[in-house]
Design a protein around this ligand. Structure first.
Ligand SMILES: NC(=O)C1=CN([C@@H]2O[C@H](COP(=O)(O)OP(=O)(O)OC[C@H]3O[C@@H](n4cnc5c(N)ncnc54)[C@H](OP(=O)(O)O)[C@@H]3O)[C@@H](O)[C@H]2O)C=CC1
Ligand SMILES: CC(C)=CCC[C@@H](C)[C@H]1CC=C2C3=C(CC[C@@]21C)[C@@]1(C)CC[C@H](O)C(C)(C)[C@@H]1CC3
Length: 611
């Protein structure tokens, strides 16, 4: 153990996570990487604590009590009566009381969970025999139970779990919950803001990897567009004819891109649509987000309709596509620099877990600040959903008009129509469920740096449109059989994607919701359960599977002459496989043996029988 304040075997006072209550604990070990102490409470509960959450016994003996606990005695090993409700009681009351309180409580719970990182099983190091027994019992509990939702047995298993934490989240009761939430928020805000933990697990090949990616990604996007626009779109037509500077840059185009960003920013600030609370931050506070994307989409459609009626020639976008892309790339670079510079003034609890390695290049790429804001304008939330996704739909429409113009068509080709409609459905769906983005890792975990800025403002609008761009100069006839097949394929993909995402969201919001209460689940020691039947029992990421099926239906209308229109599909598979690995790593950490059990019960990650 390096020089640390507390040594193995020391008896000290440890803060109970999420509260200001201190209990006697014994230090078991110290992890210099995570800078966390593993401590064991008197009742056998093992937790990882930060140094700031530990204090010496002497402080208490002198009567300087850091705990602000008043009459409320909450022993980690002794559940408070008012909180432990029988599941039967829950199901009688909960369905009609699915209130915001529950959702907020759920969010708060997740913050607490971060502090309750399960300690990996360490049988060989453990000298505490009582503890060993507990561990074995617990492993049995989680390993043997694939239960129907909310049975008494499940609840008992949970209560006897390793952390002796009651299942709180899967129980619903409006009033009590509200009180609980208040207490917990109070406790959280009283707790000193934790020091930012340095990012030690570097992704994307670390500093060297991201350095190359930062150059490779923009070049790859430009190369894709050049190839897509060429008559011979074969991958073998390398080396590409280098574009002239004039075909890459145009000040008017740059102005249009800036106007587009401004227009979308103004729409995003309109006081319509729900004001939604995001997930709690490290300091227990939450940010508010205006979710008016659907209205913004409608207003954008009206504006575009008026422009077309006024005979604005949208095929201009097709003719200047490369210039639009370079303008976007310049904006991405400027915005990333701005974000990196401003992150110097961000407080510790405003920093993202993923982008704080201390290496400039890496942090610039990953993003240091979690939720950069200018007053109430959330730059990340805006960029994730608005200019890129709206731009995608607009560009697709412009390509449709360009196809009619260049190929002298009265109507758009069926292939172009299908690509436009399929992708429009996906974007509309995204705006309809905009609120759900707030729980995704991009918002909750990733910083806002070059990677996401580039992804949102350049990658999405200029590569997701590659099928439509390709079709303008590479027409492809579709038979009725193909049209029916593609519509069915997109429908099936969309059904799986939507159902899986909605099921998970509904379950996390309220597991007793009649829409999901029939699903089988695996309980976990954190209090959350994992769905193990239906789509989530088919593969571990059914939502990714649905997305990939749709991706295939978007590329097939372009035919089989070239690989280039399949770029989106290839990107999507690579992204989702990587995302899946990232997510599973986090879930394994969060859920321990319950996650292993889930993996055993549902062996395939995305593609049944293959992966
Ligand atoms: N086209 C594109 O470019 C992209 C599309 N997407 C799409 O966005 C959607 C959302 O993706 P993503 O953000 O990756 O999130 P996921 O839907 O994959 O969420 C993963 C989380 O779900 C929870 N979970 C996992 N398994 C279970 C289970 N069995 N039961 C209950 N909860 C479970 C866990 O969180 P916890 O337990 O903490 O709740 C886990 O961390 C997907 O449909 C994806 O295809 C995403 C990225 C890019
Ligand atoms: C090569 C590179 C740097 C890629 C960056 C990846 C981004 C393009 C994607 C990462 C996750 C995304 C999501 C959406 C758009 C693409 C990015 C930003 C999304 C907002 C689109 C709308 C959907 O409905 C969604 C909310 C599910 C989705 C979330 C993830």
């Amino acid at each position: 153990m390096p020089a640390t304040r507390f040594q193995n075997g020391d008896t000290v006072m440890g803060r109970w996570p999420g509260s200001n209550l201190y209990y006697e604990v014994k230090v078991l070990s110290y992890d210099s990487k995570t800078r966390l102490y593993t401590v064991i409470y008197k009742d056998g509960t093992e937790l990882e604590l930060k140094e700031s959450d530990i204090t010496s016994m002497a402080v208490f003996k002198q009567g300087v009590t850091p705990s602000r606990s008043r009459s409320r005695s909450r022993s980690p090993g002794r559940p408070r009566r008012s909180r432990s409700r029988s599941p039967a009681r829950t199901s009688r009351r909960s369905s009609s009381r699915t209130t915001d309180v529950q959702v907020r409580r759920e969010k708060l719970k997740e913050v607490l969970e971060v502090r309750l990182t399960p300690v990996p099983m360490k049988h060989e190091n453990n000298s505490n025999s009582k503890h060993e027994k507990k561990e074995e019992n617990n492993t049995d509990n989680t390993a043997s139970t694939i239960t129907e939702q909310k049975t008494e047995t499940e609840s008992e298993n949970q209560a006897g779990g390793r952390y002796n934490l009651r299942r709180r989240k899967d129980q619903g009761d409006g009033k009590a919950v509200e009180m609980e939430k208040k207490e917990e928020t109070e406790a959280l805000s009283q707790t000193k803001t934790p020091a930012a933990i340095k990012t030690t697990d570097l992704e994307f090949g670390g500093r060297v990897g991201v350095f190359f990616l930062m150059f490779l990604l923009p070049v790859a996007v430009l190369a894709l567009l050049i190839l897509c626009g060429q008559k011979d779109a074969s991958l073998q037509s390398f080396p590409l004819e280098l574009p002239t500077l004039q075909s890459l840059w145009d000040c008017q185009v740059f102005g249009i891109v800036l106007l587009w960003l401004l227009f979308q920013a103004v729409l995003s600030l309109l006081p319509v649509g729900k004001l939604v609370e995001g997930m709690p931050l490290k300091n227990g506070k939450t940010l508010k987000y205006r979710t008016n994307g659907f209205y913004a989409l409608l207003l954008t459609a009206v504006a575009v309709g008026v422009a077309v009626y006024q005979e604005v020639d949208l095929s201009y976008i097709h003719a200047h596509f490369l210039q639009f892309c370079t303008s976007a790339l310049l904006i991405v670079t400027l915005l990333s620099v701005y974000l990196f510079v401003r992150s110097r003034w961000a407080s510790e609890d405003e920093l993202a877990p993923a982008g704080n390695s201390g290496y400039i290049i890496y942090d610039f790429f990953m993003g240091k600040e979690l939720n950069p804001r200018i007053k109430n304008f959330d730059i990340k939330f805006f960029c994730e959903m608005r200019p890129g996704l709206m731009g995608w739909v607009l560009i697709n429409f412009a390509m449709l008009l360009a196809e009619m113009k260049l190929q002298n068509l009265q109507n758009p080709s069926p292939a172009m129509l299908l690509v436009n409609l399929f992708q429009l459905l996906w974007v509309v769906d995204g705006f309809w469920h905009e609120e759900k983005l707030l729980t995704m890792m991009d918002i909750v975990y990733d910083g806002f740096g070059f990677m996401l800025t580039f992804g949102d403002l350049a990658f999405v609008p200029f590569t997701f449109t590659c099928q439509a761009y390709y079709l303008v100069s590479h027409p492809n006839e579709l038979s009725v059989f193909w049209i029916v097949t593609l519509v069915t394929m997109n429908g099936v993909g969309y059904y799986i994607f939507r159902k899986a995402n909605s099921q998970k969201f509904a379950f996390r919001k309220n597991p007793s919701d009649p829409a999901v209460s029939h699903l089988k689940t695996i309980p976990t020691a954190t209090g959350k359960s994992l769905i193990v039947s239906g789509l989530w029992g088919f593969v571990r990421h059914p939502n990714y599977l649905g997305d990939v099926i749709m991706g295939l239906a978007w590329s097939l209308p372009c035919g089989f002459n070239h690989l280039i229109p399949y770029f989106y599909l290839i990107y999507l598979i690579a992204l989702l496989v990587h995302r899946n690995a990232r997510d599973e790593r986090q879930c394994r950490k969060k859920y321990g043996s319950a996650w292993e059990e889930y993996c055993k019960a549902v062996p395939y990650r995305i593609f049944p029988g293959i992966y």
